[in-house]
Structures are given as C-alpha cells and as structure tokens.
Design a protein around this ligand. Structure first.
Ligand SMILES: Cc1ncc(COP(=O)(O)O)c(C=O)c1O
Length: 354
C-alpha cells in the first residue's frame, strides 16, 4: 500500500461546533483502480480532486454503488469501526447487481483500517460526534457505449459528523412516486436510487415534511422505507418492521436493532405492513411509536405520519423503546459497554502490504 501523507493537516481550520453534514472531508482518501480485469494497488493520498474526462462512463449511465458507515471514539481515544464486514459485504452485493467487479476483502478492510488510523484525529470523542465513512465504486472508463465499464475506481473518503436531524421528524406517505420496483435495484446502494428519490423528497420538504415513506411500487399499499432509513412501528408492545424484499435496503442498523430488541425480550415482527394497518392501529390507540433507523441517524423518532389529508401525531413516550434501543446501540458503538456481538473493530494501522 502506498501512503502519501498530506503536507499539512486541515484539521485546525475546521469549526467542529458548526459542522454541516457531508461537506467537510478529512485529510486523506483511499483509491484503488480496476483495469485489465483486476484491482490494482491501493494508494492513500491527500484528499483532493480526481481527474476525469467528460466521456467517463459513470457520468452517462450511473454505474456506481456506495456505502455509508461510521466509526466512533472510545474513552481511550481508540477509533471503533462499526460492523465494517457488513458494509463490505453489502457493497459487493450492490456491485454484483450493478455489474461492477467485487472488491477483495483485503483491499476494503485493511485499506479502511489504514485510512482511519491516519485520520483518527478527525473523529471526536464528545457526545454526538462520529466519523462518517463513504466507500464507493464507479465506472471510470472513457467510453459512452451503454455497457458495463472495463475500468472502475474504488475510493474511500471520510467526513467528521455531528447529529444529523433534530430530535424527531415528520413524514408523509408517498403514493405516486416509487423509490424502487420489484426486480429493480432497491436492495442495492446504487447511486441512481438516490437520484430518483430527490424530486419526491424535495416536494415533501416543500410541504413541511422531512422525509417520505416509500410504499410498494404496484399498489402503494405496503410500507417499505422512510427516506434513507428503515422504518419501525410499535403497535402495543410489539415492534414491527417491513420484511426485506428486493426493493428494500437491508439496513445494518435495522439488523442491529432487531438483535438488541430480541435480546431485550421485545417481540419483533418482520412482515408486510400495510398503510391501513397503521391507520387502524392509530385509530384504536395501539400505535405507540414510529421510528427510523440508519447509519446517519442511528434511531430517530417519527413524531407524525401524514396520509393524504390526515396527520397521525405520535406523542413522545416516557418508556420509549426506540430511545432505549438507541442508547443500547450507541453504548456499544462508543465502547461504553462490552460488545458481546463482535460489532466493533479498532482501526489500527496494520502496516501491511496489499
Ligand atoms: C434506502 C436506505 N434504506 C435504509 C438505510 C439504512 O441502512 P443502514 O442502517 O445500513 O445505514 C439506508 C442508509 O444507508 C438507505 O439509504
């Protein structure tokens, strides 16, 4: 692995008290190129522009996949990366669907460790801070033929982050636009899925909502996800989340919350959830909580769900399950409790040669 350090860190130019999400980048980035049928050498370089010609394939056909993951600091100032093997596996699952060559585990895992060890100071220990990690792969050959590319770039960049949304969000059930269709790429973190979601989300924002609830593409009767989060409902004392299908992203936070909830004795159901079931549960007073889960937010309560002209308001509860589960998850992520699940890994320089 070739490492070229930044001649001067930009760290002391950053105001961490007013950190916007996703626009401040740490000092270094990892780059690896795919050419002639194989992934080449890994390089860690100072964060900066990459050269690209206008004929670069990703600009025309969107052949690109990405991941979103986080690292946290523990009290010993060690960086803990959360569930990195799961993000690695999901990136490759997305890559296969988008006809992109898979990344070898060594390149992803050792490269990530080395990069994070180098930029460790960009991750703050204080409450609410973390390092957001964005690995991505895109078609980099210069060719405008509509076909999968012969060349790709795998890059990892990182951003110091603070809390994402406020304490809760308001969302609206989307009935005309679709995020992902059966047989499509909804289960993958394909760049185009996000591009297609921006217009409906912008409209929802203009109407005062933070996000939309995506429903199934055929009847718009079944709930799938909330924006870029998996969605959960507490009906009575049960937690219900839509079962996975090929139009739902298999969230790593979703999986973690299922484990934590079940191990706390909470009854979790993964099954189809219809809009009418939620309306009925609300009317009967059984709908106690609604929340979203995802890397950026961890767990966020949803304070209202609007369906057509009706707004269902969900009062914050003293014994909120979402808050309890969020605290359990964050305690593991920050190394405050023993990680019995093996979810966290220290980012250490391995000084290995890939
Ligand atoms: C569409 C979508 N659903 C769900 C999630 C939550 O996934 P995770 O918990 O792995 O961040 C994300 C975020 O990555 C997403 O983009």
């Amino acid at each position: 692995m070739k490492i070229k350090k930044a001649s001067q860190s930009r760290l002391n130019t950053i105001d961490f008290s007013t950190l916007p999400f996703g626009t401040v980048f740490s000092d270094h980035m990892l780059i690896c190129n795919y050419k002639d049928g194989k992934w080449g050498n890994v390089e860690i370089l100072p964060y900066g522009p990459i050269e690209m010609n206008p004929g670069t394939q990703v600009l025309h056909y969107g052949q690109s996949v990405f991941e979103g993951m986080k690292a946290f600091k523990n009290t010993k100032n060690e960086m803990l990366i959360f569930r990195k093997y799961e993000n690695f596996k999901r990136l490759n699952k997305s890559a296969v669907r988008l006809s992109i060559p898979e990344i070898p585990e060594d390149i992803f895992i050792k490269g990530l460790d080395e990069l994070l060890a180098l930029d460790s100071d960009w991750c703050k220990f204080e409450d609410g801070y973390s390092l957001y990690i964005r690995p991505f792969i895109f078609a980099s050959a210069e060719c405008v033929k509509a076909s999968s590319s012969a060349e790709y770039k795998f890059i990892i960049i990182t951003c110091p982050t603070k809390k994402y949304y406020g304490d809760s969000i308001d969302i609206v059930i989307e009935e005309s636009f679709t995020r992902a269709a059966k047989g499509g790429v909804g289960f993958a973190k394909a760049a185009g899925n996000y591009a297609a979601s921006f217009y409906p989300t912008k409209q929802a924002n203009a109407n005062g909502f933070h996000q939309v609830i995506w429903t199934d593409s055929i009847e718009h009767k079944y709930i799938e996800e909330a924006g870029t989060m998996n969605i959960w409902f507490r009906i009575g004392d049960k937690l219900i989340t839509p079962e996975l299908n090929d139009s739902i992203l298999e969230g790593i936070t979703r999986d973690s919350i299922i484990r934590l909830a079940e191990d706390s004795g909470i009854n979790v159901e993964q099954r189809r959830v219809s809009v009418s079931e939620i309306l009925n549960a609300y009317q009967s007073g059984e709908l106690k909580e609604v929340f979203g889960t995802g890397t950026a937010v961890t767990v966020i309560p949803i304070s209202s769900v609007t369906y057509r002209k009706d707004k269902m308001t969900i009062e914050a509860l003293e014994d909120s399950l979402s808050i309890q589960l969020k605290q359990k998850l964050q305690a593991i992520q920050k190394g405050e409790v023993k990680d019995i699940y093996g979810w966290t890994h220290k980012a250490a320089s391995t000084a290995s040669i890939i």
